[in-house]
Each structure stands twice: as structure tokens, then as C-alpha cells.
Write a protein that binds this ligand. Structure first.
Ligand code: ATP
Ligand code: MG
Length: 438
């Protein structure tokens, strides 16, 4: 049944997604997510890795039923894959043995559209997206940007009401991504895309401000909409305009705001050594950022967007580094700025050995996992401990991916700080070649 024009295209109501874990607690990926999409708008989901953005897209597409809550699609509860929704993925997901035309037609074949109409519609979509003349090419003959155009054509050919895009430009180089973004927005603004609305996931703040009418900033652990930001600009937008820059700054500020304490975390767990996932950021990157920050023109304090662009980093590359420096108390993040602390300054001015000592002290004082590993090693007669047990404990509090990343982070930092060593072959922490207190 078709809904009236005032009915939202999509409503997500109080969605929760949890994965069962072997221990007592579930891994809650999404909690209390509400979202309404109207015809005619592009909405962005902006959030850190692991905050549940892709999970939400799969729920919206009807590929995953939420643990609780519901999805209303065109006025009716959604059960199973949503008709009229198409998805574009980050990786191009093309079939290498099919031509461009055949790849594009796939969606229509599934719908049982007759051959002649399939051909005509595929050609139309291929032309629209700027691939005219490449119908008979194979994916391996195409550049990354062209392959992603095929992915877009394949989604558009079914004339979906809603186009879902999961980081559609993040696998492309900077220039190609920008061309594809602006081409897509031009088509959208001209009303030439056979769709009513776009919901897109991105890590890229500028991309969100460039393309979207609304940006939903996702918080992690569990994933939920922390803030909605309206983007009041007409297309085409100019990245250099002061109002555009200001909005990018504002979004940065929202994203660096210290995450409000999330209610579902059990009180005891929040403080436990294994509760907090760590970013896998190398000590080199941490040192590099502190050095850049200490020097001119920043002299210890920088606007994050400015720093990101001068270092040619995306927001989601810079923020984990900034957050790690904050965790170690080498820097503070506040309202879109990053500021070196006194310890951070000492680090920058110290020699190699002095830096390692400062890093070790910061790890022991502020990273409970590092302290727990070191304590375990000190207590054992052979000063060895298997990584498996730490991984198991981490996995009680976070997904296996996060546990893995957290372990990598702590191994790298511990080695650098000479707090402990790690034997890759045996997968064991140990104190070999480490100066012990006793
Ligand atoms: P990214 O930005 O890295 O793509 P994301 O925001 O899209 O991250 P999701 O892929 O939605 O995040 O994953 C959210 C969390 O849910 C992660 O911790 C992930 O490990 C976990 N997760 C996803 N699918 C499953 C599953 N089938 N079983 C258990 N955990 C899962
Ligand atoms: Mg994702």
C-alpha cells in the first residue's frame, strides 16, 4: 500500500541491537535509536568506527531484524528486505566475470524485469552516472572511481525510493572521491536521480557537510544518535565559504565532546581494566602529532580541522590520535581544539629515553590494561603471561574486533615504553630485556 505524501518515508523507532555473548552481558551495539527520513532529503550518519552505523543501515534495509524496536517503511512495519531500498557499499562488490551492463542489470533480474526493459534501464543508469560507452567493459578494466560508479548505477537502476550508502567514497583517492561526490550531488540537485531520499554513512565530516541536509552524530558504546545537526546550505556548496567552515568546526566540536556516560554500562565495569577499548595508534604517530602541535604555528594549541588538513588527515584518523593523547594526559580535547598538557610539552622536549619514561609512566597511571598486564608479569615467577587470557577478558566487554585492536595497541605501546615485551610466536607478554623494579 502506498503511504500518503505526508507519511515519512522511513521511521526507526527505539531500535536496539544486541549480540548475545557467552558471559552474563550482551554486547549492545545500538540502543534507543530513533530516526525519521522524509522524502527529498539526504541524511548523514557520522560516527566513529564500531558505533553501529553499518548495523543501522542493515536494519533499515530490512536485512537484519532489530533485537527491539521497529522500522516503519512507507507507513507499514518492515518485515524482511525492504522493497524500494538499494544499497551501495564501500567496497565495490562487483562480479568480476560480468560486464558493467550485466553487473548493473543484476538488481532488475532479481525483480523479474523482462530482458528488453532491463537493457534499456541499465543503459539509462549507466549513462546517468557517467559510464556511457563502458557497458561491455569488465570491472578489472575500470579504475576504482569507475567501479564505484557501477555500484551506484546498479543501485539506481531499480529506481529505489531510498538509497543507502555505506562509506561509498572512502575506498577512493581524494580527487576521485570528490568528483564522484559532486557528480552525485549535481544529479540530485537537478532532480535527475530516480530516488526520493539518501541515507549515507560516513567518517568524513566535510563529506557530510558537503552532501547532507541533516547530520546525525552517532555516539559509541552503545551506538545511538547523540546529536542532530541541520545543514542549511543550498547545493552546490562551497567548502571555502566561512559558514561552511564554521559548520565543519561545529561538527568537530560535537564529535570531540566527551561522550556522556552511557547508562547501560554496569558501574563496576566502567572502571575495570578491560572495559575500555583502545585505538591502535602507533607511538610514532602520537609523538608526531605532539611535535606538530608544539611547533609553529600552533604553539601548543590547535583547531582540529585546521590541524587535520595541515597534516592531511581525515577526522577519523586524527580523532583516535587525539583521544589517545587525551587518555595518556599528553593533550586535552575541548570544543574542537586540541591542547598539549604540561606532560605533553615535557615529552616533546625530552630525548628518546626521557620520552620512553614519560610514556611508561602515563601508561601505568592512566591505562588500566597496561598496569594490569605489567602487574601480572611482575607477580609471576617466569614473568610470562599469555595474550589469550587478556583477549578473553577484553571480549567480555567489547566485540572481538575491538579486543584485537586493543591488544595490538597495548602491545605496541608497552614495547615502545619498555614496560613489557611481547613474543609473537608464543603470543605471550613477558619481561625479557625489560628493566624490572625489584
Ligand atoms: P565502521 O565505521 O568501522 O564501519 P560501524 O559504525 O559501521 O563501524 P558496525 O559495523 O555497525 O559499526 O559494528 C558495530 C559493532 O557491532 C562492532 O563492535 C561490531 O564488532 C559489532 N558487530 C557487528 N556485527 C556483529 C555480529 N554479527 N556479532 C557480534 N558483533 C557484531
Ligand atoms: Mg561500517
Amino acid at each position: 500500500m502506498d503511504a500518503s505524501p505526508t507519511t515519512p518515508l522511513l521511521q526507526v523507532k527505539a531500535c536496539r541491537q544486541a549480540y548475545h555473548k557467552d558471559s552474563s552481558a550482551d554486547l549492545v551495539v545500538l540502543e534507543g535509536v530513533d530516526l525519521t527520513l522524509q522524502s527529498g532529503e539526504i541524511v548523514g550518519l557520522l560516527g566513529r568506527s564500531g558505533s553501529g552505523k553499518s548495523t543501522l543501515l542493515r536494519i533499515v534495509a530490512g536485512l537484519l531484524a532489530p533485537t527491539a524496536g521497529e522500522v516503519i517503511w512507507r507507513g507499514a512495519p518492515l518485515r524482511g528486505p525492504a522493497p524500494g531500498v538499494a544499497m551501495v557499499f564501500q567496497s565495490f562488490a562487483l562480479f568480476p566475470w560480468l560486464t558493467v551492463q550485466e553487473n548493473v542489470e543484476l538488481g532488475l533480474e532479481a525483480q523479474g524485469v523482462p530482458r528488453a526493459e532491463r537493457d534499456a534501464r541499465a543503459e539509462e543508469a549507466i549513462d546517468l552516472i557517467g559510464l556511457g560507452g563502458y557497458d561491455t567493459a569488465y570491472p578489472k578494466e575500470l579504475s576504482g572511481g569507475m567501479r564505484q560508479r557501477v555500484g551506484l548505477a546498479r543501485a539506481l537502476v531499480v529506481h529505489p525510493d531510498l538509497l543507502l550508502m555505506d562509506e561509498p567514497f572512502s575506498a577512493l583517492d581524494v580527487l576521485t572521491a570528490e568528483t564522484l561526490r559532486t557528480d552525485l550531488i549535481d544529479l540530485w540537485a537537478d532532480g535527475r536521480l530516480p530516488i526520493k531520499s539518501i541515507l549515507m554513512v560516513t567518517h568524513n565530516i566535510e563529506e557530510a557537510v558537503l552532501m547532507c541536509d541533516r547530520i546525525l552524530v552517532f555516539a559509541s558504546n552503545p551506538g545511538r544518535v547523540a546529536q542532530e545537526i541541520r545543514v542549511p546550505f543550498q547545493h552546490p556548496r562551497n567548502r571555502l565559504e566561512p559558514a561552511f567552515r564554521q559548520l565543519v568546526d561545529d561538527v568537530y566540536a560535537v564529535m570531540t565532546r566527551r561522550t556522556p556516560v552511557s547508562p547501560p554500562t554496569p558501574v563496576a565495569a566502567a572502571d575495570a581494566p578491560f572495559a575500555a577499548p583502545l585505538h591502535h595508534v602507533s607511538s610514532n604517530l602520537l609523538a608526531g602529532l605532539m611535535e606538530a602541535l608544539a611547533g609553529p604555528p600552533y604553539e601548543g594549541r590547535a583547531d582540529l580541522p585546521a590541524l587535520a588538513s595541515s597534516l592531511q588527515l581525515e577526522a577519523d584518523e586524527l580523532l583516535p590520535i587525539g583521544e589517545t593523547l587525551q587518555l595518556l594526559r599528553f593533550a586535552d580535547l575541548e570544543e574542537g581544539d586540541i591542547r598539549l598538557t604540561e606532560t605533553g610539552r615535557q615529552y616533546v622536549h625530552a630525548e628518546t629515553e626521557g620520552r620512553k619514561k614519560l610514556f611508561a609512566a602515563a601508561l601505568l597511571a592512566h591505562v588500566k590494561l597496561a598496569a594490569a598486564i605489567r602487574r601480572t608479569l611482575d607477580e609471576r615467577w617466569n614473568h610470562r603471561a599469555s595474550a589469550v587470557r587478556f583477549r578473553d577478558e577484553l571480549e567480555d566487554h567489547m566485540s572481538p574486533d575491538y579486543a584485537e585492536e586493543t591488544l595490538h595497541a597495548i602491545i605496541g605501546w608497552g614495547r615502545y615504553a619498555e614496560l613489557f615485551s611481547f613474543d609473537e610466536e608464543a603470543q605471550q607478554f613477558n619481561l625479557e630485556d625489560i628493566e624490572t623494579a625489584a
